[in-house]
Design a protein around this ligand. Structure first.
Ligand code: CAA
Length: 240
């Protein structure tokens, strides 16, 4: 599959697994990252995948970053909006910055990346956008009004943009991961996480590669009839 793909937050965690899965499909992959140059360099050394630094919450930075990728690798056919942060806390303790940063990066990032790439996909009559939502955007989660709102927004964004892309061969889908064995989940207090894992019917955390396989399918040539859908990959924790 000779396509150019950008994976936001693509150098670590679920993003790294997605970058690798798309490379395995034959794509030329650009892995975006926000700040950790050292980890990004180590990622490139390990995988041979180019890493590009910009903040997905910054509109102009996305336009410039996507242009830089296109200049180096060619027109962008696939975007995986994976970059995301948590700023967990109950509403009483959450400040406006905690709310705003999560909305700016997790949801705003999807808009910014689509603005930078959707037009070109439409003109070339082929494109794939996969947005990484969350079980917590579907079901809500104590201590996450910001994150749950942003991830829920991603699911609405996906269905709306899918309708705009359909007649141009551009599919837009979401994946809603459950609790995956990453740094983000490792930051949940151990006694809280233990209770969450006890509610996962499969009986364990997911692996990043289990999300990446879903993304690879949605990006494939064969998935052209799948659009506006949400694939839940959560070990049966939330069936909906
Ligand atoms: N339901 C009901 N009550 C809960 C609860 C829950 N799920 N979690 C905590 N509480 C209660 C506690 O029992 C406690 O009650 P009491 O005061 O009566 O004893 C009260 O809330 C305060 O709990 P904490 O001591 O934990 O409060 P805190 O202010 O120190 O921390 C928190 C609150 C930050 C929300 C913490 O509980 C937490 O980090 N929870 C995990 C949130 C979570 O799951 N985040 C997911 C991150 S990973 C991710 O987001 C990836 C993805 O997409 C899945």
């Amino acid at each position: 599959m000779d396509r150019v793909a950008i994976v936001t937050g693509g150098t670590r965690g679920i993003g790294e697994a997605i970058s690798l899965a798309l490379k395995e499909l034959g794509c030329k992959v650009a892995a975006n990252y926000a700040g950790n140059d050292e980890k990004a360099r180590a990622f490139t050394d390990r995988t041979g995948i180019d890493a590009f630094r910009w903040d997905v919450g910054d509109h102009q930075a996305c336009l410039d970053g996507c242009a830089a990728v296109a200049e180096k690798l060619g027109p962008v056919d696939i975007v995986v909006n994976n970059a995301g942060i948590t700023r967990d806390g109950v509403l009483a303790k959450m400040n406006f910055d905690d709310w705003n940063e999560v909305m700016r990066i997790n949801l705003g990032g999807c808009f910014n990346m689509a603005k930078a790439t959707f037009g070109g996909m439409r003109e070339r009559n082929w494109g794939r956008i996969v947005n990484i939502g969350s079980i917590n955007g579907q079901a809500g989660q104590y201590g996450q009004v910001n994150y749950a709102a942003a991830k829920s927004g991603i699911h609405g964004f996906t269905k709306a943009l899918a309708q705009e892309g359909a007649k141009f061969g551009v599919t837009v889908n979401a994946i809603a991961p459950g609790y995956i064995d990453t740094d983000m989940v490792a930051a949940v207090p151990a006694q809280v996480l233990e209770k969450i894992v006890a509610k996962i019917p499969v009986g364990r955390l997911g692996q990043a590669e289990e999300i990446a396989r879903g993304v690879a399918f949605l990006c494939s040539e064969e998935a052209g009839f799948v659009t506006g859908s949400t694939m839940s990959i959560n070990g049966g924790q939330h069936m909906y």
